[in-house]
Design a protein around this ligand. Structure first.
Ligand code: IFM
Length: 456
């Protein structure tokens, strides 16, 4: 099949602030929870941290030139909240806003559309010290932050995402302790879920006011949860996992309230945080948005026979080992992207979707000629783009595709051990070398992009 895409379809790549910027303590930036977490011994593989990362704070011009050389039409990046509001609220750090102002201008001069994510997990530490996402005041502070950034950039940025992967931030950060702030408390995680959603809903009208012609949404990591066998037990376990991860967010975002089966399951274990849900909250959360961004990597296969306390969440990757991506992240399963896109559009009637992240970790490095032949990444991207094209044929209003990531970067708790970039980064010298996948993507874009400069 020759894939076909709408004429205004955008091809891009994505990054996030903490993963690439470095410059963690310069120009008035405040500390984030990731600064604290990564400086805590034992939290990050090899003791890595994002202090320097890819040095993008200083090399952003070079990085824009790199994007331009690949023909990217759009670039998704996040803003560091503590660069803008070092204490989380109140005094604004002008140097922080100036940095993103220059970045946006540079992108637009290079004919690359900026897609901005406001929260990609780097909460100001000052807010964490007051309870972080477990308290409502953090959602209020987020609205102040969204207002400051959109007031400054809203004349030029027309695509906004409030949050990146709120489920990861809430559960890996507060239930499993693998991400900042490193808590292991399910009730705190559920309180965080509610406050992330509330912050999203409250900030949508603020973003609209500051940029009336913008498209507003959020980026959500959505995977199919599949039963390992046709047994009723596996089916019910998969349904509950889907509820805890996908429906717990999607249902309230699209006006259905929290899913009854998931609430009941948490209530039975006295974990549901009824105390933080106030009248009117669900209406705020269901604020009308323009698009949903999907971050898709793999599927999750669920077995009921694994005791939950031994394996949380109750999942097991089941596919043949040979098809797994590096790092045990599951199998290369493009059909899951097709299923996810169709499900979201047909079940929730979402008017516009972007694939805001898709990619794979393969650690191929330079050969003796300095070339990086990451053929497994090319195969992964190719098959997922084909799955996206099938979804479009089935009627899904998909408007763009972003590879995760533009360049190798700090992969959270896994430090620099996982490489997902189109561009290889030498983390000692910060040299960048486009991999074969970057050149493949450049050629793909040249063949398939219908508009020289996106104005969508
Ligand atoms: O690197 C992350 C990113 O920050 C969020 N989505 C998944 C990526 C790969 O793990």
């Amino acid at each position: 099949m020759t894939p076909s895409f709408p004429s205004d379809f955008l091809w891009g790549a994505a990054t996030s602030a903490y993963q690439i910027e470095g410059a963690w303590n310069v120009d008035g930036k405040g500390d984030s929870i990731w600064d604290t977490f990564s400086h805590t011994p034992g939290k990050i593989r090899n003791g890595d941290n994002g202090d320097t990362a890819c040095g993008h704070y200083y090399r952003w011009r070079e990085d824009i030139a790199l994007m331009q050389s690949l023909g990217l039409q759009a670039y998704r990046f996040s803003i560091s909240w503590p660069r803008i509001l070092p204490a989380g609220r109140g005094a604004v750090n002008a140097a922080g806003l100036d940095f993103y102002d220059r970045l946006v201008d540079g992108l637009l001069e290079a004919n690359i559309l900026p897609f901005v994510t406001l929260y990609h997990w780097d909460l100001p530490q000052a807010l964490q010290d007051e309870g972080g996402w477990t308290v409502r005041a953090t959602a209020e502070a987020f609205v102040e932050y969204a207002a400051q950034v959109s007031r400054r950039l809203g004349d030029r940025v027309k695509h906004w995402m409030t949050f990146n992967e709120p489920a990861v931030s809430a559960f890996l950060g507060h239930e499993r302790g693998m991400h900042a702030p490193g808590w292991q408390d399910t009730r705190a995680a559920l309180r965080a879920v509610h406050h992330h959603l509330l912050a999203h809903g409250w900030s949508v009208p603020v973003l609209r006011e500051n940029c009336p012609d913008a498209q507003i949404g959020l980026a959500f990591d959505c995977f199919p949860f599949q039963p390992a066998s046709p047994s009723a037990a596996d089916y019910h376990a998969a349904r509950l996992e889907d509820g805890r991860h996908n429906r717990l967010f999607l249902d309230p975002l699209y006006g259905r309230g929290y899913p009854a089966d998931v609430v009941e399951d948490y209530q039975m274990r006295a974990l549901w945080p009824e105390e933080v849900i106030q009248p009117g909250d669900l209406a705020s959360i269901a604020a009308q948005t323009d698009f949903l961004g999907i971050n898709y990597y793999t599927r999750v296969i669920v077995r009921a026979d694994i005791p939950e306390e031994e394996n949380l969440p109750r999942t097991n990757f089941y596919a043949p080992q040979s098809e797994w991506m590096e790092g045990g992240w599951g199998d290369n399963y493009p059909d899951g992207l097709y299923q996810t896109l169709c499900r979201l559009h047909f079940e929730y009637q979402i008017p516009r979707l972007y694939i805001t992240e898709n990619g794979a970790s393969y650690s191929d490095g330079p050969d003796e000629h300095g070339e990086i032949h990451d053929s497994r990444r090319i195969a992964y991207l190719q098959t997922h783009i084909q799955a996206a094209a099938r979804a479009i044929q089935s009627g899904v209003p998909l408007a763009g595709y972003f590879v995760w990531s533009l360049m190798d970067n700090f992969e959270w708790a896994l430090g620099y051990t996982m490489r997902l970039g189109l561009v290889w980064v030498n983390f000692d010298t910060l040299e960048r070398i486009p991999k074969a996948s970057a050149l493949w993507y450049r050629d793909w874009i040249a063949q398939h992009a219908r508009i020289p400069q996106a104005s969508a």
